[in-house]
Design a protein around this ligand. Structure first.
Ligand code: CP
Length: 310
């Protein structure tokens, strides 16, 4: 069923492949929730993490996912590696490949870095976020969370609000959600949601309050201040007033809407602490589901069959 050496983005997957990953993640979550969460399924396999950008959730969850399935893992701390002595991405990757990993998980500040590695390595490559391009495993865990909570996603409405311009999470979610038949509305100030974003093929608007009615899910994006030039919005306070999620604002949906955030959150800017801590928010479940989805991906990319070996 699974045909790919690598997972580089959701743009290239079919809806059937996305659904296959979500279905495989379901038993993985059951395994993860057991008191003793350790299987021998991937004994003898090795997964390397190569992160050129900071990460808490993605890196730890890939490590956890590999270990639960019995694989060996190694995480390369780029700041303490030979990258700091000028070693190129390709030489670093070839050096790692000489140690015979089965999978390399890479996060890099350059869009296309994961594909570059995939074209040069025999090992499978998973994109853990490349520049402003894609963050496919985040979108898959978001889809899994929605699917668990809402069932079939076709016809549902998802509002994604914030720094769309710099967000690889938004791009991957747009590809994944639209392939599953979801109505997606992107919201942000014109500087963070310029007209060019319409090439993504979904509705782009600037008024959050008018987009909320009927939303089944509202996803706030992190303001990626590290990727922004100055002056994209007047102040954090004004941004929050126009685009910050609060319980009061959420009443406009007229539904028991799910509130999501990929993390890390800027509390009081993108989302109020009160809403982030409320039962409407599924932010911590997203993190748990991230381990299950990454277990499924590691399993499938290392040759796992349709029936999870338990
Ligand atoms: N959502 C996400 O990618 O979080 P990290 O940067 O902590 O991995």
């Amino acid at each position: 069923m699974w045909q790919h050496k690598d997972l580089l983005g959701l743009e290239r997957l079919t809806s059937a492949e996305i659904e296959h990953i979500l279905r495989t993640a379901k038993p993985m979550k059951e395994i993860l929730m057991r008191p003793v969460k350790k299987l021998p399924t991937l004994r003898g396999k090795a997964v390397f993490n190569l992160f050129y950008e900071a990460s808490t959730r993605t890196r730890t969850s890939f490590e956890t996912a590999a270990k639960v399935l019995g694989a060996d893992t190694a995480s390369i701390a780029v700041a303490q590696s030979s990258v700091s002595k000028g070693e190129t991405l390709l030489d670093t990757a070839r050096t790692l490949e000489a140690m015979r990993p089965d999978l390399v998980v890479v996060r890099h500040q350059a869009s296309g870095a994961a594909e570059f590695l995939a074209n040069h390595l025999k090992a499978g490559v998973i994109n853990a976020g490349d520049g402003q391009h894609e963050h496919p495993t985040q979108a898959l865990l978001d889809l899994f969370t929605m699917w668990e909570k809402l069932g079939d996603l076709a016809g549902k409405k998802v509002v994604i609000v914030g720094d769309v311009l710099h967000s690889r999470v938004a791009r991957s979610n747009v590809w994944g959600l639209t392939k599953l038949g979801v109505e997606v509305v992107l919201i942000g100030p014109p500087t963070l949601l310029p007209d060019e974003m319409r090439v993504l093929g979904v509705e782009c608007r600037h008024d959050l309050d008018r987009a909320l009615p009927g939303a089944d899910v509202v996803m706030a994006l992190r303001l990626q201040l590290e990727r922004q030039q100055a002056g994209l919005f007047p102040s954090l306070r004004e941004y929050s007033r126009a685009y910050g999620l609060t319980s009061e604002r959420l009443k406009r949906t007229g539904k028991p809407t799910l509130v999501m955030h990929p993390g890390p959150m800027n509390r009081g800017v993108e989302i109020s602490s009160e809403l982030a801590n409320s039962p409407r928010a599924v932010i911590e479940e997203q993190v748990t589901n991230g381990v299950a989805v990454r277990m499924a991906l590691i399993y499938l990319l290392t040759g796992g069959t349709a029936h999870v070996v338990d």
